[in-house]
Design a protein around this ligand. Structure first.
Ligand code: NAD
Length: 483
């Protein structure tokens, strides 16, 4: 395996210091486009995690005790420093995660936006004075930082998923221990370094790198000092963490998997729908939780839509994310390619047809060709599972009722999209879809100002927006008597 130079900081970050594992153990971080080792990163365990939690506990009174305005100034500086370093940070994302550099730059801007947004939200954490219910008593409501919190984040957005949690936590006055995905710890380390430069005090934000997520996750959920865990990742791991957190009645926010329907009605602007489909399906090579997963298209327009989508998909340039013009990078690892192969093989065996792609890309390695399948049906695995690859499968439907029934026939409920020019239908369908987020004639809807999150087995809680900070605050009722 080739070894590239090490431009990356590659230590864990606890209590303001960059540290190695107690026993010196490390694990390799690889470039998914080439397999090259980018860095060896400390493989921490439960003991170091406990130390990070203790550091976060020590830092809590000082951080919580700052004025909201003082925390806001630091978070705003963090936002500015992230943008000032956008190019280098984007290169780290592309190196360890594979996404095209333009998307990586976009992710850094998106991550920075959360710090800016929550810097402001933190200044608007208002309590209440509730009208008196008895003459001699007063009812007050305080909102206070929950305390020490933990975040476990996925590899598909190695920077933004941390920012979405840490921005809200730090603005609320909480401290945090972050466990980034083992495939992409370098972006987390870089973020910690910039946070320190921005003036985030020692212990307020810690990064525990590990190749043994189960033991670090067990410590983060069983340690009674940690009052809240915020997780983004698969539904399967989310359930494990919920079970573990139950023991201490630890608060939980869960951003889990999705199986987004993308419905094209007969009255839709088909060209707009194709444009939207391209953007939501092939972004990050199909590896986002809000990627369209099932294309439900009215029988009258299904053939036209699929043909146009296949034509456009076949022109998407595949390659290393650092190369100019590339819009489809590699999948994250060989196992991800194998999963996509399994889903496509099952669909073909049950009668789906390939319009374009249908297999690994000629570049080999972790590259998979942008693919469009038609005649997909509900009984296929590709309809039921998260694809997490650049494959669009088109399923025709007859009428609105069938489209809604098919769309809702999943235990996931994160994002949904539909295209229609009928205003009455827009309201009916938006109300009927059992999903946390619905895009209408729009396929890119994430924003720091909007509530992000799912229903059913896609999770609980919302991130971003004015709602995002609430999950890092406790409500305290104070009753003044004998006044
Ligand atoms: P994953 O669940 O395998 O891993 C997510 C994180 O959990 C990683 O940090 C991993 O190390 C950790 N982890 C794994 N096993 C653990 C355990 N036993 N205890 C504690 N931590 C453990 O998911 P992934 O493959 O990294 O990410 C892809 C998944 O994330 C997809 O399902 C995707 O839909 C979902 N996702 C959801 C959102 C959202 O906001 N809803 C955003 C991005 C990704």
């Amino acid at each position: 395996m080739t070894r590239e130079p090490r431009p990356f900081r590659h230590q864990a970050f606890i209590d303001g210091a960059f540290v190695a594992a107690d026993n010196g153990a490390t694990f390799a971080v690889r470039d998914p486009a080439t397999g090259a080792v980018l860095a060896e990163v400390p493989d921490l365990g439960a003991a170091e995690t406990r130390r990070a939690i203790e550091a976060a506990e020590r830092a809590l009174p000082g951080w919580r005790g700052k004025l909201a305005k003082e925390r806001a100034q630091i978070l705003r500086r963090l936002h500015d420093l992230l943008l000032a370093d956008q190019e280098r940070l984007a290169q780290i994302i592309t190196a360890e995660q594979g996404k095209p550099i333009a998307e990586a730059r976009g992710e850094i801007a998106y991550a920075a936006a959360y710090f800016d947004w929550f810097a402001e939200e933190g200044r608007r954490v208002y309590g209440d004075v509730i009208p008196q219910q008895a003459r001699e008593k007063r009812i007050l409501v305080f909102k206070q930082a929950i305390g020490v919190t933990a975040a476990i984040t996925p590899w598909n957005f190695p920077s933004a998923m941390i920012a979405r949690k840490a921005g809200a936590a730090l603005a609320a006055g909480c401290t945090m221990v972050v466990k980034p995905a083992e495939l992409t710890p370098l972006s987390a380390i870089a973020l910690a370094e910039i946070a320190q430069r921005a003036g985030v005090p020692d212990g307020v934000l810690n990064v525990v790198t590990t190749n043994d997520p189960a033991s670090v996750g067990a410590e983060l959920t069983s340690n009674p000092t940690v009052r809240k865990i915020s997780f983004t990742g698969s539904t399967e791991v989310g359930k494990i963490l919920l079970r573990q957190a139950a023991e201490n009645v630890q608060k939980c926010s869960m951003e889990l998997g999705g199986n987004a329907p993308f419905i094209v009605f007969a009255d839709a602007d088909v060209d707009l729908a194709v444009k939207g489909a391209l953007a939501t399906k092939y972004r990050n090579s199909g590896q986002t939780c809000v990627c369209a997963n099932r294309f439900l298209v009215h029988r009258d327009v299904a053939e036209t839509f699929a043909a146009k989508l296949a034509e456009a998909a076949s022109r998407l340039k595949v390659g290393r994310g650092v190369e100019p013009g590339v819009v489809i990078g590699p999948l994250i690892e060989e196992a991800a390619v194998e999963k996509v192969e399994r889903l496509v093989a099952d669909a073909r065996a049950r009668g789906a047809k390939v319009l374009t792609g249908g297999g690994r890309h000629e570049l080999g390695g972790n590259f998979y060709a942008p693919t469009v399948l038609v005649d997909a049906r509900q009984d296929m695995q590709i309809f039921q599972e998260e694809i997490f690859g650049p494959v669009a499968a088109v399923t025709p439907f007859e009428d609105e009722a069938e489209a809604i029934r098919l769309a809702n026939s999943t235990h996931y409920g994160l994002a949904a999209y539909f295209y229609s020019r009928d205003i009455a239908r827009v309201f009916r369908v938006a109300e009927s879809l059992e999903f946390g987020m619905v895009g209408v004639n729009e396929s890119l809807m994430s924003s720091e100002a909007a509530p992000f999150g799912g229903v059913k087995q896609s999770g609980m809680g919302r991130e971003g927006s004015k709602y995002g900070i609430e999950s890092y605050l406790e409500i305290k009722y104070v009753c003044l008597g004998n006044m």
